[in-house]
Design a protein around this ligand. Sequence first.
Ligand code: NAP
Length: 298
Amino acid sequence: MTTKVLLTGASGMLGKMLFKELNVQKRYEVFTVSRTELKISDKHFINDIGDHNQLTQILRSCEPEIVINCAAYVNLDFCEKNQTQTSLLHQRAVSILSSYPSVQSLYYISTDSVFDGQSGNYDEEDLVNPLNYYALSKLHGESETLKKAKNGFIIRTNIFGFNSTAGKSLFEWAYQNLSTGNSINGFTNVFFNPLYVWNLSKMIISFMQMNCSTGIYNFASNQGISKYMFLFKIAEVFGFDTKLIKPIRLDISQMNAMRPLNTTLNTNKINNLGINVPNIDICIQNLYNDFKKDVTRV
Ligand SMILES: NC(=O)c1ccc[n+]([C@@H]2O[C@H](COP(=O)([O-])OP(=O)(O)OC[C@H]3O[C@@H](n4cnc5c(N)ncnc54)[C@H](OP(=O)(O)O)[C@@H]3O)[C@@H](O)[C@H]2O)c1
């Protein structure tokens, strides 16, 4: 017997990896959705899930028991300028997914940017204070999940990888510049503890197979790092000149959408569940290994 899973945002940086890893497990029948085609899936819906009618149609067609919601607009400036459209995807769609009768569990991929970044090392009980519309709308999606899903799980995270649909991801931008000898700026005052999308996908699947209580969970690597040091480590592992990374401080007064400075997440809760929380060096090494296998993707 397989369990029917609907994976939204399946063509994205995280969604594509999660799709591959879910299929390794023979226990799931995975349906996917995004607005563009996805050749690797033979049960793919090409739809805008911000459209109520299109989303309901998909749900009727597949009657999923589990939903993993990766769909999002991850460009902060886009979200700031297109708030209605953003809210339809980050909140309204989540409300519909959460309350659909066949859906027993909903896993909502959220973000570390629900915090204002004043202190860092945030645990699941800490007070949120989103600084921009992207983060606020993601928080609204969290609330819909917790209010309406039979079993709602919030996965707060930060990620890196390649194949981002929203243009170049942090890694892809760095790779393209460093590989052509261009210098890039690395913020010394911005801290996070991201996961490579493969590591996160494995962790999510382990989590799904545990009998956990509903609620909020932080998924991150085990130690905070500045964006500067992160890029430095990328350069080292990929064999680029580390002097191309210029240490600078982020001046948030220059940004359209405000950005938090230290969104590191405390991972004690998932650690106590027995989920293996990797360090950043292992994550970067995993990225390197995957990227080398498929360098044409960038
Ligand atoms: N990237 C990060 O740094 C980061 C950090 C923290 C948390 N997160 C969270 O992690 C999750 C995955 O992010 P990601 O980086 O993988 O994003 P991504 O690469 O931009 O992928 C987003 C996915 O959502 C789909 N999508 C967007 N609008 C849609 C719509 N109206 N209807 C249907 N599908 C739509 C996109 O496909 P189409 O464009 O083809 O529709 C794509 O498959 C998101 O929930 C995000 O909030 C990301």
